[in-house]
Design a protein around this ligand. Structure first.
Ligand SMILES: *Cc1c(COP(=O)(O)O)cnc(C)c1O
Length: 226
């Protein structure tokens, strides 16, 4: 199979899964945005995916993301930065990212806000929630989300979009996504526009959708094994 046919087939299978998950949850599939996580795959794959209706692309490393965003500039895509972010990468990320899913500390709010203002852009920010205190994956403890959310909302150049999380590796993802839904609801009480819940990857999009995910971040199921 050529790459175009492979991506078309993966895309159709993914949309069928999402439709089933939404039907089971009593939700409308239009409430769920697919963020195609194209890390390690070439810009030509991004171009093919955009032919199949992908509008949102995610990357987790700045250098790769910057190159791909530049190569795909004519495609009118929304770029999501989903990986751990160092403050010294904020200038670069602010030049192409529309949404950053991995805000997990005040210094990042300060640095990203400054760089966004420098290029006169507003970057939508999601607070990454650490659901299981796994070292190295990033995220802020659930009880610190509201305070960090207030800081994002107050920062010029940034807007507060909602929350993001990865399910703990060994546990029941449904239980983790249910906790995330509670955190999201609390944040939304103070910030009504912060409606995004970025949860669910190739292996666990069904429980994420069952618990209100508005964005699923899909790599393997769309592009194949890395
Ligand atoms: C790679 C990645 C994904 C996609 O994972 P798959 O299991 O390949 O779908 C989602 N979110 C983040 C933060 C990632 O780094």
């Amino acid at each position: 199979m050529n790459r175009r046919d492979e991506l078309a087939a993966n895309s159709a299978a993914l949309h069928a899964r999402i439709a089933d998950a939404c039907a089971a949850a009593g939700r409308d599939p239009s409430e769920v945005t697919v963020v195609a996580v194209t890390k390690t795959w070439p810009a030509s794959d991004v171009a093919l995916l955009s032919e199949f209706g992908v509008t949102d692309v995610g990357e987790n490393r700045d250098q790769e993301a910057a190159q791909k965003a530049r190569a795909c500039a004519c495609l009118d895509l929304t770029w999501h930065f989903v990986g751990r972010l160092q403050t010294n990468k904020c200038r670069s990320v602010a030049s192409y990212a529309d949404v950053v899913h991995s805000i997990d500390r005040p210094r990042l709010v300060t640095a990203l806000g400054r760089e966004a203002r420098g290029v006169r852009r507003t970057i939508r920010c999601l607070i990454q929630v650490d659901l299981d205190e796994t070292p190295g994956r990033g995220g802020v403890a659930p009880d610190a989300v509201d305070r960090l959310g207030d800081e994002v909302a107050a920062a010029e150049g940034l807007s507060l979009g909602g929350v993001m999380a990865m399910a703990p590796r060994e546990n029941d993802p449904g239980a983790a996504f249910a906790r995330l839904a509670g955190v999201a609801e609390r944040l939304r009480r103070a910030h009504p526009d912060a409606r995004a819940i970025s949860a669910g990857m190739s292996g666990d999009l069904e429980p994420a959708i069952a618990h209100g995910a508005t964005h699923v971040r899909i790599g393997t199921a769309l592009l194949g094994a890395r």
